[in-house]
Design a protein around this ligand. Structure first.
Ligand code: G3H
Ligand code: ZN
Length: 279
């Protein structure tokens, strides 16, 4: 069934758990993620980045597929537009069927980020969308300064001035890491948490160990974004399947193995980020 990102995030925060927001590139990702959530009876956020939509050429088919999977799911599923740099795409998000969006103007100047984010909030919030923005530049994207951190005072002012519903913060994680060796700045997270009232979002969580992810949730992170680890699992399984049989041409064989690998990993992540609360 569908749930709004706003409700899902609010529920998680009230229960002191996180929400796994897992990135979809193709249909198999969405199937694997929802399958994993269903096996655990936990809610999940499916998120599609602007880059993923660009890969498909047009957003409609893949978004419609994710909507169909979310609607049919036995657990609550929300659909989020991730890392949108285009205001036009954000303005189209409600029509496409997203529950929430991230306007990512974090590579811009403070003034530009403020202006763009405010405009998106002004137009998209009345359409029922939960709006996330970023301040401080989470590393690993080419336009970003490595090692950049979110300043707590700036975060507080940014939220007050834009009216944004959720905030992505830079506290040490980096996008697209192959290993899980990053560490989060726990003191900085505590200070941001004390000064910012809206739910906090952690990007680049693939680069964090289980211990770091748990510390982040403990420290006040609610939405935990993971993408790269799923793709490592998918590609590893596909590569192994193809390497094992040079004559294999049946996509259901290698994509099936890739999807199974993603499901197993997604289940581990969902269990870690959102442990069962009724025990
Ligand atoms: O917005 C998506 C996430 O930040 C994913 O980052 O691919 O490094 O896990 P990741
Ligand atoms: Zn991200």
């Amino acid at each position: 069934s569908r749930i709004s990102t706003a409700d899902l995030v609010a529920d998680a925060r009230a229960s002191g758990v996180g929400v796994a927001a897992l990135n979809v590139i193709q249909l198999e990702h969405a199937e694997a993620i929802v399958d994993a959530a269903t096996s655990l009876s936990r809610p999940v956020i499916l998120q599609l980045s602007e880059n993923a939509l660009t890969f498909h050429g047009s957003p409609e088919p893949i978004v419609a597929a994710c909507r169909a999977i979310a609607d049919a799911a036995q657990v609550p599923v929300a659909l989020h537009l991730d890392h949108a740099t285009s205001i036009e795409l954000c303005l189209d998000a409600a029509r496409l069927g997203f529950d929430s969006i991230m306007i990512d103007a974090s590579a811009q100047s403070w003034d530009e980020n403020l202006r763009i984010t405010s405009e998106v909030v002004r137009i998209c919030e009345p359409q029922g969308l939960w709006v996330e923005a970023e301040i401080g530049e989470v590393g690993g994207k080419s336009a970003h300064t490595p090692g950049a951190r979110t300043d707590p005072g700036e975060a507080e002012r940014f939220v007050a001035l834009t009216g944004v519903n959720g905030l992505a913060i830079a506290i040490g994680s980096q996008h697209a890491m192959r290993d899980r060796s990053a560490t989060i700045d726990r003191q900085l997270l505590t200070r941001i948490r004390q000064q910012v009232a809206v739910p906090l979002v952690l990007h680049g969580s693939s680069g964090l160990s289980d211990t770091e992810i748990l510390a982040a949730i403990e420290g006040g992170i609610t939405k935990v974004n993971v993408g790269t680890q799923l793709n490592i699992a998918l590609t590893g399984a596909v590569r192994m399947t193809l390497d094992a049989d040079e004559l294999l041409f049946e996509p259901r064989r290698y994509l099936g193995n890739g999807r199974r690998a993603m499901k197993e990993l997604a289940a581990e992540l969902i269990e870690l980020i959102h442990p069962s609360t009724n025990q």
